[in-house]
Ligand binder design. Structure first.
Ligand SMILES: Nc1ncnc2c1ncn2[C@@H]1O[C@H](COP(=O)(O)OP(=O)(O)OP(=O)(O)O)[C@@H](O)[C@H]1O
Ligand SMILES: [Mg+2]
Length: 462
């Protein structure tokens, strides 16, 4: 139950996380898109307005306004009138003013359309609050530009645009600036943000609820599958236990009786002797199968006793070759032991290593044609001793090279199928090799001949 809840929680968290990220990303881009659209619109309106307005200003008049005293003169009034005309004829414009560079290198006001004496910027007043963008571009500005950010004061939110003003000779004599009311844009942006948030909340909350129930259903199904798998694993273990413990005893009894009868076979009719041999063959096969199952379950459960010691690899391989020779002779296949590197000492369990090699040799015998040669080679490779069994059999295709080491896996091609065995030998070899920090695998033969080359690498020890 506890597992089920944590599984459900995990699935739900994944779905909710995915939903939040997706909805969040979509909302972000939606909001950004709408805001950018509105900004682009107001920017282009402002840019075209200021560009046209700059043409109205008379450069000679503007240039002749030098100090605050000039504010009483007709020239100042004319320019101010022009600026007010610009302000009043364009919708939502708050202020229009001109600036130029003072002798001290600071930005100074020239004419301001403002009439309120408290607000007006006078001729030659320093523009203290000039933005970073204005300061940066004041000397180089070639065309109209708009501030990146809005600014807000007690009268509202504004966006400022600037453009250079030139005289008839193309000489730049100042900068014209205008502020446009951006309240509506600001409000619209906030509204969009709110709508985006609502969409985000409206989509994620139901999604999360659905995710919760969906996760619950999925977790229940997964839990059932896991339970079923555990059940079948338990059943398989029980079966293995039954095979090993309940079958071996009667099997031994049969083998004992067959052994006794074999002792008196001379007095038995020929057909009975033949049947006895068949029974003996079948019981041996069954015994091997039980041994394989027992070995594998021992390694899997960690109860196999592994005692690595320093072994002479040549002696070990030679011993195995000698033991195997008899059955190879009977089958009409030769076995050749080739020592490529001498005096290799490995650190491994003697019995396990012998059984791995015997398994590989018995497989090669099964799958190699009569009158062929199977080689067992021994060489050094970095810090390992490598035993190789090269045969002249059908070989193993690339995609099956890993699978054949799985339990009960046998290649289902016709010529291989007729061979005996249950597909446990290589599974045992891999587990045993790994238990001794070794590695096992199959490759094409190093000499590129037809057949396969099974290898086992075991760590060297001086
Ligand atoms: N030398 C080989 N040449 C060709 N195919 C092989 C060779 N060795 C193994 N195989 C393939 O790999 C399969 C698995 O081998 P494995 O030794 O695990 O099982 P098995 O020999 O069929 O049965 P068991 O070893 O349990 O008696 C074999 O059935 C065979 O299809
Ligand atoms: Mg085998």
């Amino acid at each position: 139950m506890k597992n089920n809840i944590s599984l459900q929680r995990q699935i739900c968290l994944y779905i909710i996380g995915f939903t939040l990220i997706t909805a969040g990303t979509l909302s972000y881009f939606f909001n950004k898109g709408v805001t950018r659209g509105m900004r682009n619109e107001i920017n282009s309106r402002l840019l075209s307005s200021i560009a046209i307005s700059a043409l109205i200003i008379d450069s000679n008049l503007h240039d002749s306004i030098k100090s605050r005293i000039d504010e009483h003169g007709g020239r100042y009034k004319q320019i101010k009138k022009d600026l007010q005309l610009i302000r009043d004829s364009i919708k939502n414009i708050n202020d229009v003013y001109t600036m130029r560079l003072g002798k001290d290198g600071r930005i100074r006001f020239v004419v301001d359309a403002e009439e309120n004496p408290d607000e007006i910027a006078h001729v030659d007043d320093i523009y203290k609050d000039a933005s970073k963008m204005l300061k940066k571009n004041f000397f180089t500005m070639k065309g109209p530009m708009v501030e990146k950010d809005f600014y807000t004061d007690k009268w509202g939110t504004w966006l400022t645009a600037y453009t250079p003003i030139f005289d008839s000779d193309g000489k730049r004599y100042g900068i014209l600036a205008m502020d446009i009311a951006a309240n509506s844009v600001k409000q619209e942006t906030t509204r969009t943000l709110l709508i985006t948030f609502l969409i985000f909340a409206c989509t994620t909350i139901p999604f999360c609820i659905v995710a919760w129930f969906f996760g619950k259903g999925l977790a229940a199904k997964l839990k059932k599958t896991i339970d079923d798998l555990n059940e079948s694993e338990k059943a398989r273990d029980a079966l293995s236990h039954m095979i090993v413990h309940d079958l071996r005893n009667p099997l031994m009894a049969i083998q004992g009786v067959v052994g006794l009868l074999q002792m008196v076979r001379n007095s038995l009719p020929e057909n009975i002797v033949k049947t006895l041999q068949q029974i003996q063959g079948a019981t041996e096969e069954m015994d091997n199968l039980i041994s394989s199952i027992l070995d594998i379950s021992k390694i899997e459960s960690g109860t196999m006793s592994i005692s690595p010691v320093i072994l002479n690899a040549t002696d070990l391989a030679y011993g195995v070759t000698e033991d195997t020779k008899v059955i190879y002779d009977v089958a009409g296949v030769s076995i050749k032991f080739i020592i490529k590197d001498k005096n290799l000492n490995i650190f491994a369990d003697k019995e396990l290593t012998r059984r791995i090699l015997k398994n590989l040799l018995s497989n090669s015998l099964k799958f190699t044609p009569e009158e062929s040669v199977v080689e067992l080679t021994l060489e050094k490779q970095k810090d390992n001793a490598v035993f190789r069994v090269n045969d002249e059999g059908p070989g193993i295709s690339l995609e099956l090279r890993n699978k054949i080491f799985n339990k009960f896996y046998q290649i289902s091609s016709r010529e291989v199928k007729k061979q005996s065995g249950v597909g446990l030998g290589l599974a045992f070899c891999r587990m045993a090799a790994e238990a001794m920090n070794g590695e096992i695998g199959v490759e094409d033969r190093p000499d590129s001949k037809q057949g396969s080359s099974f290898y086992i690498k075991l760590p060297l020890r001086k």
